[in-house]
Design a protein around this ligand. Structure first.
Ligand code: FEO
Ligand code: CA
Ligand code: CA
Ligand code: CA
Length: 678
């Protein structure tokens, strides 16, 4: 009855309609205020952002493409606080930048250089807008939230910031570079997408599509003797001869440019005097201390190297191990969990040396990969050098546990893990410990696989089409995505679990028997769930979208959900007829279809934006989210003509100079001072 009472008080807002407006739309009774955008200065001496492409000094400004984000409270006297509600530090990922033809065109006066070689002055700006920022935010005397330009807590991590390699790969031959001949350090963090927050108050930031920033010239496979490093590079998406995303490697002979070309330039056998292993320094969950600027960030290699999104901790239980849940966001990649060797001690939650606590729980333990069985059970398979399937893998000769961690995708292949529809964020339901994973979409899921990377639907990834009768939007693949959830069979360290599919993205008008399986109505329908996090204050599950399949109807959005639990629905059959007439039926466990009181749309963003990042004050009364890449479809040729921008947000909402669109953090509050989502 208590739970029902609480649910009655939540999701009381009037749902927001789908929208194509160039604006952030929230329900009646709520305010959404912009507080921190691309280029905002982070020191007292950094000039205001002109937003015309002439700004410099991005090492001291907000980066681009705000993504995952976490809140770290500060007491009135500036000490770490788990209860503070009006002063804190936001840890903000700056994933990427709006670009076309190599150039991040909005930060250059007339769009920048679209050909190789890239000018060093342009590349220096681009190197600095990626990474992470810590920025202090506070409620001012007038009760309005603002960021604090001159705060001593403000800090930037860029693609060039020195970082420690920690865990099994520290000092391993795979990490030896000219920059760090002993393999203990690397420079920078890259394409930071989802986040997590450790129980001891540090930021966990996931490096996602880092591989695309590196270059290998034609002939590099042969120069490497077609050794196992070539197998690894290809498995991680770096074929020789493929262009890099920005051509940074072309900007000059300085190491900071050369490192993006993973080439042998030296004479060492192990790469310790060249750039061959540079890519092995990216692809981790990186732990950062928001409160202590003297501490280097640590790359937690025990958690595996892949296209990381968020890192979600199990609910800590004294004397039990901690689990960290993670997804690898690429088509047909895996879901992972890391289980700590050390068991949880509650006193570590408030330790002064936070990264030492990270050393204790995150450097030693066991990495697992998920296998989803068709009957609604699943298993966590150990990715250990002692696993005979890994030790004896015929496609890649693993040398040691460091090799398994650095090449976790190959280890997942070796043990036959389940290939998923692009695992994005995950989060643990504070009410029952169940783990939710968004599977954003997968164009390669089809009932007609014709080789390559195309896969037939299976129980955990059961949809391979999403057409709406009577419209032209007929798509192959799982274009709207779904959310799968897992219940451990006995605590964070369990090796078995049960699962079901909590929610299918779909258009409300789609066929409820094969596509709109969660029976979504027009106030609930969504495509491509990506960001997802449970509020610790309210228990609301916030779901955010990053969607290319529904943006002709609506901009991306955020919804509020009050989910039930694994097994609260029923099994559903999805039927396919193949081109040759053969039938394929996929049976899958689907959660109870949500009522509007259990799922409704809370926010729609401006044109071209993805909604991402979920952070809140501990009282649940301020919710911070990010508007990523508004106006992303703007053409580089139109960079000096605001009339042609896809979006002019946030300038059109009164924030800042210039009209170029900017990624930004907003804070959502309820006008009556209540909790967000009530
Ligand atoms: Fe950066 Fe997978 O989204
Ligand atoms: Ca994402
Ligand atoms: Ca995405
Ligand atoms: Ca994006």
């Amino acid at each position: 009855a208590q739970a029902a009472d609480k649910a009655k008080k939540l999701l009381g807002f009037k749902p927001v309609a789908k929208s194509l407006a160039d604006a952030v739309i929230v329900p009646e009774g709520y305010d959404a205020q912009i507080i921190y955008a691309l280029g905002d200065p982070l020191t007292a001496n950094t000039p205001d952002y002109k937003n015309d492409g002439t700004d410099a000094d991005f090492e001291n400004r907000a980066g681009d493409h705000h993504d995952g984000m976490e809140w770290f409270g500060l007491s009135a006297d500036g000490k770490p606080s788990t209860t503070a509600t009006n002063r804190g530090i936001l840890g903000v990922n700056h994933e990427a930048t709006t670009d076309e033809k190599l150039s991040s065109f909005f930060i250059h006066p007339t769009g920048g250089t679209a050909t190789l070689p890239r000018p060093a002055a342009e590349v220096d700006k681009e190197l600095a807008i990626h990474g992470v920022s810590f920025v202090e935010v506070r409620k001012n005397a007038a009760g309005k939230w603002e960021y604090v330009k001159a705060s001593a807590f403000n800090r930037r991590f860029t693609t060039l910031t020195e970082m420690e390699i920690s865990g099994p790969a520290r000092g391993n031959a795979l990490l030896k570079t000219k920059y760090s001949p002993d393999g203990t350090k690397t420079r920078g963090t890259l394409n930071n997408c989802g986040t997590g927050k450790s129980p001891w108050g540090t930021l966990m930031t996931g490096e996602e599509n880092w591989n695309g920033y590196f270059f290998r010239a034609k002939g590099d496979d042969e120069a490497r003797g077609n050794d196992k490093s070539v197998t690894a590079l290809k498995r991680y998406g770096r074929a020789e001869g493929a262009a890099s995303r920005h051509g940074w490697e072309s900007a000059g002979s300085d190491d900071k440019y050369m490192r993006w070309n993973n080439v042998k330039t030296g004479t060492s056998a192990d790469g310790s005097d060249d750039y061959r292993n540079e890519m092995n320094g990216q692809g981790y969950v990186v732990e950062m201390d928001p409160y202590d600027k003297t501490k280097l960030a640590k790359k937690r290699t025990a958690l595996g190297r892949y296209a990381h999104e968020s890192a979600a901790f199990s609910l800590p239980v004294n004397g039990q191990p901690l689990a960290v849940y993670m997804g690898d966001d690429a088509r047909n990649e895996y879901i992972y969990k890391f289980v700590s060797e050390a068991t949880w001690s509650a006193s570590d939650a408030t330790a002064a040396d936070r990264l030492a606590v990270g050393d204790k729980y995150l450097d030693k333990g066991t990495l697992y990969v998920a296998k989803f069985n068709a009957d609604g059970t699943g298993e966590w398979i150990e990715l250990s050098i002692n696993n005979p399937k890994i030790k004896g893998y015929d496609k890649y000769a693993f040398a040691d546990q460091a090799d398994v961690a650095v090449n976790a995708r190959l280890a997942g292949d070796a043990v036959g893990a389940t290939k998923m529809d692009r695992p994005e964020w995950c989060s643990v339901n504070p009410a029952n410990g169940e783990v939710y994973f968004t599977l954003t979409n997968n164009a390669n899921r089809t009932s007609e696989p014709k080789g390559g990377s195309a896969l037939e639907p299976d129980a955990a990834n059961p949809r391979a089409y999403s057409d709406v009768k009577g419209t032209s939007r007929v798509q192959t693949g799982n274009s709207h995505g779904h959310i799968i959830r897992v219940r451990e069979a006995g605590g964070a360290g369990a090796k078995a679990f049960s699962w079901d599919i909590y929610l299918f993205g779909a258009e409300a008008s789609a066929d409820p028997a094969s596509i709109n399986l969660s029976k979504l109505n027009a106030n609930q329908d969504l495509s491509s769930p990506d960001g997802l996090a449970f509020s610790k204050a309210t228990g609301i599950c916030w779901i955010q979208t990053d969607d290319g399949a529904y943006t002709d109807v609506t901009n991306c959005m955020m919804l509020a959900a009050l989910p039930g639990k694994v097994g609260d629905g029923q099994k559903v059959n999805i039927n396919y007829t193949k081109a040759d007439g053969a039938k394929l039926t996929v049976t899958t466990p689907v959660g109870k279809a949500p009522t509007e009181g259990e799922l409704k749309r809370f926010l729609v963003g401006p044109k071209g934006s993805e909604i991402t990042g979920i952070a809140e004050t501990p009282d649940g009364k301020a919710l911070f989210i990010n508007i990523q890449h508004p106006g992303e479809a703007t053409k580089m040729a139109d960079v000096t003509d605001p009339a042609k921008y896809e979006s002019q947000w946030p300038a059109n909402a009164g924030y800042g100079a210039g009209k170029r669109p900017r990624s930004a953090t907003i804070v959502i509050t309820k006008k009556d001072g209540g909790v967000v989502g009530a």
